[in-house]
Write a protein that binds this ligand. Structure first.
Ligand code: FES
Ligand code: FE2
Length: 441
């Protein structure tokens, strides 16, 4: 159980709040590169509570800037995307890639100084088909920033990765903790056979594994142990600061998955899911499953036909990524599915979304009753709050914000000898080339 006060502090995202400032230390994945076409009009997004526009200049540079013109506050999503920057359509003031005003044609005789006027402009980078933004400074200055985190899914070529985005209508911590809570997986996502849970794999034979967690310089690593013959079968998940989760494979395919739970604002989250294979392209049948769903049901990825259409869809932030299945239609709950699906909800991400967001955007966590299975959630909340307060009170930056190489790790499912320490015994499976901070164990 968390106190209401702690939880309220934890879900803040605005500049000036402890958590908002912590979040502004980190790079955030924002959009697929293909969404931003050179010279096309800006698209509406919102990050950490700030209304923004994202666009690609005619020269190919990606920009993320404030959505409001500082003259008379016209919306810049109508702005012209010109060589040299955005030009507001109201009175033609122009802003360059660093956000500086470079022209105000309707004020030429009044000798105004355009260089004193600016819009927020946040550093952006692109890597392997993904646009990243950093909101640590609003002057477009990337010179002091660390490299992008070495998350393996974005270090490998694009054909080895499938990403999907969806907007989730709850705060980012509420969304994030849904994936740290690994004990829900065989239950909420379970199949039903003859009235009981059907055992499909070694790991869902046992719904009550022994959990251990360890904090690292990067986040929290949670190991779930189940006996398997004379050995131990471990499932190892990660929370990585500040909003990342990695989970081991749950399908027969050897691909790895996880999420960035990127805060749009205090009540809304950009759920950025990735699945990948470290050494080879994803099989076509897997990509097809993600893209099209499975016989009318959703996989872990939002299928391409599950995006909300309609007259107002495009005017929301991240308008292309609001799902058709949501609280307004009970997430497609279908009693006829009860014969095959424990939840009667039509697909993996739908099941998660329904449990994470259906009862409101910020739950009162002082009313919950946490158990041993919630160890990872408890560690994650504690770590985030501690880091945010250390930054606020002592200007202390968490190591993860300055050491991108820490992020080169994997979730894993090793089978280890009974007397092997799972933390060191799993190292070869967990490392993706990085040093993931074991020295603080
Ligand atoms: S409101 Fe943008 S130029 Fe006047
Ligand atoms: Fe889940």
């Amino acid at each position: 159980m968390a106190s209401s006060q702690d939880y309220e502090e934890l879900v803040e995202v605005d500049a000036g709040t402890a958590m908002g400032e912590l979040l502004r230390l980190y790079w955030m994945p924002v959009l697929p590169s293909k969404d931003l076409i050179a010279g096309k009009r800006p698209t509406r997004i919102r990050l950490l509570g700030e209304d923004l526009v994202a666009f690609r200049t005619p020269d190919g540079e990606v920009c993320i800037q404030g959505a409001v013109c500082p003259h008379r506050q016209a919306p810049l999503f109508y702005a012209r995307n010109e060589v040299g920057g955005l030009r507001c359509v109201y009175h033609a003031w122009k802003f360059n890639a660093n956000g500086l005003c470079t022209g105000m044609p309707n004020e030429a005789r009044a000798r105004k100084h355009p260089e004193k006027i600016r819009i927020p402009s946040y550093p952006c980078r692109e890597r392997n088909g993904v646009v990243w933004a950093h909101m640590g400074n609003d002057r477009g200055d990337a010179s002091e920033l660390p490299d992008l985190p070495a998350v393996e899914w974005n270090m490998v070529p694009e054909e080895q990765v499938y990403i999907s985005l969806r907007v989730q209508q709850c705060n980012w911590v509420q969304a994030l903790e849904g994936e740290i809570d690994s004990s829900h997986a065989p239950i909420l996502h379970g199949r039903v056979d003859g009235g009981g849970l059907r055992s499909q794999t070694a790991w869902d034979n046992d719904l009550d594994p022994e959990l251990e967690a360890v904090d690292t310089e990067l986040g929290t690593m949670v190991g779930a142990c189940r006996e398997s013959g004379d050995k131990n079968y471990w499932r190892i998940n990660h929370f990585m600061m500040p909003f990342w989760t990695l989970v081991p494979p749950t399908s027969p395919y050897p691909n790895l998955s996880g999420h960035a739970w990127v805060p749009i604002d205090k009540h809304t989250t950009l759920t950025f899911m990735f699945s990948y294979q470290p050494t080879e392209p994803l099989p076509e049948k897997v990509t097809r499953l993600y893209r099209d769903g499975a016989r009318g049901r959703q996989s872990g990825h939002l299928s391409e036909d599950a995006h909300l259409a309609g007259p107002d869809a495009h005017i929301r932030p991240f308008g292309a990524y609001w799902p058709t299945l949501n609280a307004a239609n009970d997430y497609g709950y279908d009693e006829t599915l009860e014969e095959s699906h424990f939840s009667a909800l039509p697909g993996l991400w739908v099941q998660d979304a329904a449990c994470q967001e259906a009862l409101g955007p910020i739950m009162d966590r002082s009313k919950e009753n946490l158990g041993a299975s919630d160890l990872g959630i408890i560690r994650m909340r504690r770590m985030l709050l501690k880091a945010a307060r250390a930054l606020r009170d002592d200007k202390e930056r968490p190591p993860s914000s300055d050491r991108p190489e820490l992020y080169a790790i994997r979730a894993a499912s090793p089978t280890l000898d009974r007397d092997t320490d799972w933390r060191t015994g799993s190292a070869e499976f967990v490392s993706a080339g990085g040093d993931y901070g074991y020295d603080v164990l």
